[in-house]
Design a protein around this ligand. Structure first.
Ligand code: BGC
Length: 721
């Protein structure tokens, strides 16, 4: 990559909060055939040639484990070049230098915030006469203060449109590693949808608020006529309080404000080097009368191809499906984040692990996760420990069961959905090291006992005042130890490695687990015992789970750990109607409760807004937290009935085994797989159920307790009532 022959450059004076803009003027003397720009920055950059954006990639270079890996973007800029050219690059703090995580103060955070702003680029010009020229970042570049006076991930952005960069200074060379430079690996981050403001209204307390009708992650574009010096200032919120007043306490320390000082005339602006998670904005300052046409929310995320669709005869369920998709769109901004609004927005490993199967059905996430998993491996500690968040902004925080297990679960899921084993080749060492780490820190061989864990995070059976459900932490940790070890064995065998030691380890874990935990006390404990193949009698355990759920009033008590699997366990063992009852529950706790409360994304807590309209808390109350959206994989696999045969990853062969339920009338699922599009519909009619299946591959159909094998094609089946 020839960018490595360029030099890192930086500013010659501290600019404080002001984002610098770098400039290079050049005038090629010959006819240009092609020009390619390779570029990256320490911070988020925005690049223009002759006043035109060089690409629709926003928030470049994205977010990686910057100490080890920094993506370089390559753009074809041929069409932008003229006789005389002005290349300008503005660099904001971005993820690189923002004070993340917001609530924590650590040496590592201080170190990161003190890092310099930097730019490296190389423009390669191919002339029509066959000669070539390269323009590199070097001491001939200049810098000035840009019109972006402040930009940062949590607090937002300030732009003064009156400013025209002047007082250009020579840049300084910057000593920074070039070994970290890698070609772009992930999906490009783009603006993917424009959402018009639905209404502008006054709250009872007198605030002027704009409602977009949908929670999005991105930024608001404003269009207005103004005088130079007029000020626009707005903050962001996800919900209103019970009286319809402004509420954004749940953003915690994240100010999430956009401020714009106008120039004269008609102008359009949006923040450029940061993003927000929001449905509402509050106009703290606006020149004149605000109208809906002044505001457009722009959704921004990794531009993954949509691959999965669900639709049913139940409007609320359809809204839930939409919320799950928006939850993914709002949190797949280069890194799978817990939430996009408060002072977190971090790549929590547990959340990613919980949601990855659903994510990989709804969108093509192969490239996206491969990139993030490379970061996971890069940040994995010497001991094999995997941090709580990736990129690991908390290197001093201990790994936890079900969070660190992302190291094994995520590569395996990517392989399962797409069938390409390169992800396993890339990640095998990381998977194995995670399992070895557990073995090295546990107090009891073959179990994971005594360590910090998040437990069944947000489980509803949590004791008062705790975020952790009452499932035993050692139980959860040991169950995941077994599961990750089993995945290392499977992956290793596929790759032709000798994994006999891990096979033995797995047998030992299962034996020790059964001996140590002969009884299951909570819903989540039952779920894990069955789902990870640990229960001696899976049917009996699933039946006991069903009884427990009924005794709990047909209600979930599970948290992050148990919720993704509970419906699978129920429907796999003959309790599909109970699974559907949980799925369709409109009261708290249930997936449709937030929908009934007007949610447009997935909530962190089932009762983020309580039945009386009050909030769960201001502390931990995200309204765009994708984890519980993981239920969509159950809808594809069990409800609609589409899954791949265990030994045929990538949907090379299908099993069709739907679980219809008359309460929603009909359900349709469509999935674009590596082997073609599968489409499945069932319709409950008075006298029976009609099934329509279109499959691109050989399929085993399981209906009425019978199994039939079919070839690719379109089929209709019928079962009598
Ligand atoms: C995040 C979660 C995360 C958790 C760890 C929270 O603050 O928002 O989603 O997994 O911490 O328990």
């Amino acid at each position: 990559m020839n960018i490595k022959t360029s030099a890192w450059i930086t500013v010659s004076q501290n600019t404080g909060d002001i984002c610098p803009v770098f400039k290079k003027l050049f005038a090629p003397e010959k006819e240009i055939e092609k020009a390619e720009l390779q570029i990256t920055a320490l911070g988020i950059y925005h690049a223009e040639i002759n006043g035109q954006r060089i690409s629709d990639f926003v928030l470049a270079p994205g977010w990686t484990s910057y100490d080890h890996r920094l993506q370089v973007q390559t753009y074809d800029v041929t069409a932008l070049l003229q006789k005389e050219n002005d290349l300008r690059v503005t660099v904001g703090r971005g993820w690189f230098r923002s004070p993340m995580p917001g609530w924590l103060n650590s040496e590592d955070k201080q170190r990161r915030m003190a890092q310099p702003c930097g730019l490296i680029a190389s423009l390669h010009i191919y002339y029509a006469d066959g000669t070539e020229e390269t323009i590199l970042t070097d001491e001939t570049w200049q810098w000035a203060k840009s019109r972006i006076l402040f930009s940062e991930i949590y607090d937002g952005e300030t732009c003064d449109a009156r400013i025209v960069p002047a007082d250009w200074q020579p840049v300084k060379p910057l000593k920074w590693s070039k070994d970290i430079l890698i070609p772009q690996e992930g999906e490009e981050i783009r603006e993917t949808e424009r959402v018009a403001a639905k209404r502008v209204f006054k709250t009872p307390q007198g605030d002027t608020v704009v409602d977009f009708g949908q929670e999005v992650t991105g930024y608001v574009e404003i269009t207005l006529n103004a005088y130079a010096g007029d000020e626009v200032l707005f903050d962001h919120a996800e919900v209103q309080d019970k009286d319809g007043n402004w509420y954004n306490e749940n953003y915690r320390s994240a100010k999430a404000q956009a401020r714009y000082i106008c120039r004269d005339g008609k102008q359009i602006w949006h923040p450029e080097l940061t993003f927000f998670g929001f449905r509402y904005i509050r106009l703290l300052s606006w020149p004149g009368e605000a109208k809906p046409e002044n505001f457009t929310a722009i959704a921004v995320h990794s531009d993954m191809k949509r691959t999965g669709w669900l639709k049913s005869g139940n409007a609320e369920l359809n809204q839930l499906f939409s919320n799950i998709v928006w939850g993914q769109r709002g949190n797949f901004l280069d890194v799978p984040t817990d939430c996009p609004q408060r002072d977190e927005r971090l790549g929590w490993t547990g959340d990613a692990q919980v949601f990855i199967k659903t994510a990989s059905y709804l969108f093509d996430t192969e490239k996206y996760f491969k990139k993030w998993l490379h970061d996971l491996a890069a940040d994995q500690r010497e001991s094999g420990e995997v941090g709580q968040v990736i990129p690991d902004l908390m290197p001093e925080a201990p790994g936890s069961a079900a969070w660190g297990d992302a190291a094994a679960i995520c590569p395996w899921q990517v392989y399962q959905t797409y069938g390409d084993r390169t992800v396993l080749e890339d990640q095998f060492e990381s998977m194995r090291k995670w399992v070895d780490f557990i073995g090295s820190v546990t107090q009891t061989p073959n179990l994971w006992i005594e360590h910090f864990h998040f437990g069944d995070w947000l489980g509803l059976d949590a004791p008062d005042g705790s975020y952790k459900g009452s499932s035993r932490e050692d139980f959860i940790a040991s169950a995941f130890y077994a599961h990750s070890t089993a995945l290392v064995v499977k992956a290793g065998k596929l790759l032709g490695k000798d994994v006999s030691a891990y096979e033995k380890l797995h047998q030992n874990i299962v034996a020790a687990f059964r001996k140590t935990f002969p009884e299951y006390k909570t819903q989540t404990e039952h779920v894990l015992a069955v789902h990870f193949g640990l229960a001696e009698d899976a049917q009996k355990t699933a039946d006991a789970l069903a009884e427990m759920v009924k005794a709990d009033g047909v209600q979930l008590r599970t948290g992050f750990v148990g919720t993704p699997y509970i419906l699978h366990v129920l429907s796999n063992y003959g309790h599909a109607d109970l699974a559907w009852s949980l799925m369709l529950r409109r009261e708290y706790p249930g997936w449709l409760y937030p929908v009934a409360k007007g949610a447009t994304t997935i909530w962190e807590h089932w009762d983020g807004i309580k039945p009386n309209g009050s909030f769960w808390s201001k502390d931990m109350n995200s309204f765009n937290h994708y984890a519980y959206g993981a239920v969509a994989d159950w809808v594809f696999e069990q409800a609609a009935g589409i899954r791949h045969a265990e030994d045929k990853p990538g949907f090379e062969e299908l099993i069709y085994a739907p679980h219809p339920d008359a309460r929603l009338g009909w359900l349709q699922a469509k999935l674009d797989t590596r082997h073609g599009t599968v489409s499945a519909l069932w319709v409950c009619q008075e006298d029976g159920i009609r099934y329509e299946l279109e499959t691109p591959v050989r399929t085993k159909v399981c209906l009425n307790g019978k199994e039939t094998r079919i070839d690719p094609g379109k089929y209709t089946f019928w079962t009598e009532k």
